[in-house]
Design a protein around this ligand. Structure first.
Ligand code: MSP
Length: 659
């Protein structure tokens, strides 16, 4: 059994996970599932990057102890991945002691080999990327993120990066499996190294929040040295040698394109210096952009995964991310594109093909798979073999979009087959019963093969189809590379279940997702997604539960929410949005525009003059293109979450703060 060890980047805990982070973890999960279906022993690692100035500052801004702060966000990551059923095998946190030991191990090996020395750095530094910038063309701005650079002067430990240029170039140019993929990224790295490598400062004295330097605790270890080592500490480096020997080197580091240099230049050099084996490859994907810009917290244009998973189901979220983005390139995110894909590919495509095939077997053959004898349709079998091979070729190269295209070719062929053979007409003629059986056998067999091929991307809905086709095994245990036409046994009892992907009304779904995003942001904690196997478009159950004891917040957290008494000056419906009202509300210091999801329960004209409670310090955001600068507070009543506006029995002056 071959082992396959793959990693995602470990995510910074200064901010909460968004759809960009979710994308990488979904890609990793799909690769892991694919490799398992090839019979590999897979270890999939993810985790959190918890040290450094950026985190130190975020904790300070949240008025929390750094450790408490990182515990909280690391938990959010973990529970988001769990709720999306993203099956990592290891979750490494850089604040774990075993990780610290691993960092010391690696560092000491490099030092003992003579690759670390003491020197002084004077120059510019980007706090956000934890990067020294000595590029004279930078003009005071970070070349990675564009933020203002800070001037610093520090005595540091340096890593002799310059000593590795030749060995690195050899690595990029080795024959066989390229170290860096895709090719465009490999070229980028080659020209970076050819441009000349300077030694790298790998310690900091200006920060406390980090791993202490071995034998010199005035310094902490540079956060990227620390973070990259998580790929080894996550599988036992310096702790469980047996496990480490088995898993290392990693077969694949999956990353976003912005952290290529750290992974393709620094990381192999750190390992060469310590005489440790190198990972087999680094593969960089592109960015999800939103309205043309990279999604990021600082730009305030992020989208979250949970609303999509809640409204459309986990599989729809996975399908969209993997189908819409051509792996390696950037992809543009929009709810509009998401719902178009959902309705056309999942509801009308896979969902419809499955339900019509199963319904006809139920109706014409009493839910028993008919026999295909005397002849199956060989053209369908040949097409299936061809598309299977194509899908596997694409999966191997992580070209999910093309793999899915190949699989969807089969669905289209199945639909066309049913339309051409018209089983409903055959059923009307008892003399054609054998032909009817052949047609429905073929359709069901095609469906079985589609469910196997699509399993790495759509694990929950394909398992359902598999069970509906009367298969008793777990689809995850099947071999994706050994699919044979004719595997479905005639006589198998099928069970037509609920629709897998009910068609959904676009406007309504967008409104629900917008509203949920708003709720999650204002709650300060992500909600769990609907159960992983959920495929229904029903609204998620209202999470009106009391917070668990360990989720309690201090008064300082509560104090961050500024709520004031407001008076509604005008209210009108937002065009094409059933649930939204645009409300102008006087909060004492100004009249604010707020968009509120209460239109189904409150007539706009009846709101004028009413006193309401407004959260006034929420970051502005757009709902259906209309800017909202705050939130009107309401109770969420009953299972459908009917909003009931908060108000006062006594008269209260406009602008009064709630405490
Ligand atoms: N902590 C470092 C990584 C250290 S790895 C040893 C880091 N963390 S991060 O939280 O900023 O996560 C970056 C990763 O999240 C990217 O490399 C990418 O995988 C993913 N993405 C974050 N935003 C993204 C998009 N808008 N689009 C696609 N992926 C993105 O960097």
């Amino acid at each position: 059994m071959a082992k396959f060890y793959l990693t995602t980047p470990i995510y910074y805990v200064n901010a909460r996970p968004h759809i960009g982070h979710t994308y990488t973890t979904v890609v990793g999960d799909a690769i892991a599932r694919y490799k398992r279906m090839l019979g590999d022993e897979v270890v999939f690692l993810t985790g959190t990057d918890e040290h450094g100035q950026k985190i130190e500052r975020s904790a300070k801004a949240a008025r929390m102890e750094p450790q408490k702060f990182v515990d909280r966000i690391a938990n959010e990551y973990r529970s988001l991945w769990d709720s999306l059923d993203l099956r990592y095998d290891r979750f490494i946190r850089t604040t774990e002691w075993r990780h610290e030991r691993a960092v010391h191990n690696l560092l000491c090996k490099a030092r003992d080999a003579g690759y670390i020395y003491k020197g002084t750095y004077e120059g510019l530094y980007c706090v956000s990327d934890e990067l020294y910038v000595d590029d004279p063309t930078a003009e005071g701005k970070c070349p990675l993120c564009g933020r203002e650079l800070e001037k610093i002067s520090e005595e540091n430990y340096y890593f002799k990066l310059s000593a590795f240029a030749d060995r690195l170039l050899e690595l990029y140019n080795r024959p066989g499996l390229p170290f860096v993929q895709p090719e465009s990224r490999r070229n980028e790295v080659i020209s970076f190294v050819k441009g000349g490598l300077r030694d790298l400062s790998v310690s900091r004295t200006s920060i406390k929040w980090g791993i202490p330097w071995p034998d010199d605790d005035k310094h902490v270890v540079y956060v990227w040295y620390d973070a990259l080592t998580s790929y080894m500490s996550g599988v036992g480096y310096g702790d469980d040698e047996l496990q480490f020997e088995k898993m290392w080197p990693a077969d694949l580091h999956l990353i976003g394109k912005e952290i290529l240099r750290f992974h393709a230049v620094y990381w192999p050099a750190f390992l060469m210096a310590a005489d440790e084996p190198l990972p087999k490859r680094v593969v960089a994907h592109g960015w999800w952009t939103f309205e043309g810009e990279k999604m990021s917290k600082s730009r305030g244009n992020i989208r979250l995964a949970q609303p999509i998973a809640n409204v459309l189901g986990v599989d729809a979220l996975r399908y969209f991310l993997l189908r819409e983005m051509v792996f390696g390139q950037d992809g543009s995110f929009s709810y509009e594109a998401l719902l178009t894909r959902y309705n056309s590919d999942l509801a009308n495509g896979l969902g419809n093909f499955a339900s019509r095939t199963l319904a006809m077997i139920e109706q014409y053959f009493g839910s028993v798979v008919p026999t295909a004898a005397p002849a199956t349709d060989s053209s369908l079998a040949a097409l299936s073999a061809d598309r299977q091979a194509a899908a596997l070729r694409h999966y191997e190269k992580f070209e999910f979009s093309s793999a899915l295209q190949s699989i969807w070719d089969l669905i289209a062929a199945g639909d066309a087959y049913l339309t051409r053979e018209k089983p409903w007409t055959l059923a009307a003629d008892p003399a054609r019963r054998v032909d009817l059986g052949i047609v429905l056998y073929n359709a069901a067999e095609l469906l079985r093969i589609v469910s196997m091929l699509a399993h790495p991307v759509l694990p929950h809905s394909t398992q359902k189809i598999w069970a509906q086709l009367g298969q008793k095994t777990l689809l995850a245990g099947e071999r994706i590379d050994q699919i044979q036409w004719g595997g479905l046994k005639p006589g198998t009892q099928i069970e037509k279940g609920e629709a897998l992907f009910p068609r959904i009304q676009k406007e309504d779904a967008i409104e629900r997702m917008d509203q949920m995003e708003e709720e999650i942001r204002s709650e300060g904690a992500p909600k769990p997604a609907a159960p992983a196997a959920a495929s229904s478009a029903a609204p998620a159950a209202a999470a009106a539960t009391a917070p668990a004891a360990d989720n309690r917040i201090g008064i300082e957290d509560f104090a961050k929410v500024e709520m004031r008494v407001g008076e509604v000056k005008s209210a009108e419906r937002v065009p094409n949005a059933d649930k939204l009202l645009m409300i102008m509300v006087d909060i004492g210091s100004e009249v604010r525009q707020v968009v509120s999801g209460i239109a189904q329960f409150y007539e706009p004209e009846k709101l004028v003059g009413r006193k309401v409670v407004v959260v006034v310090n929420l970051a502005p955001r757009k709902l259906r293109g209309v800017e909202s600068n705050g939130m009107i507070v309401a109770a969420s009543v009953g299972p459908e979450g009917k909003p009931v506006l908060a108000g006062f029995l006594e008269d209260v002056p406009v602008g009064t703060r709630l405490k």
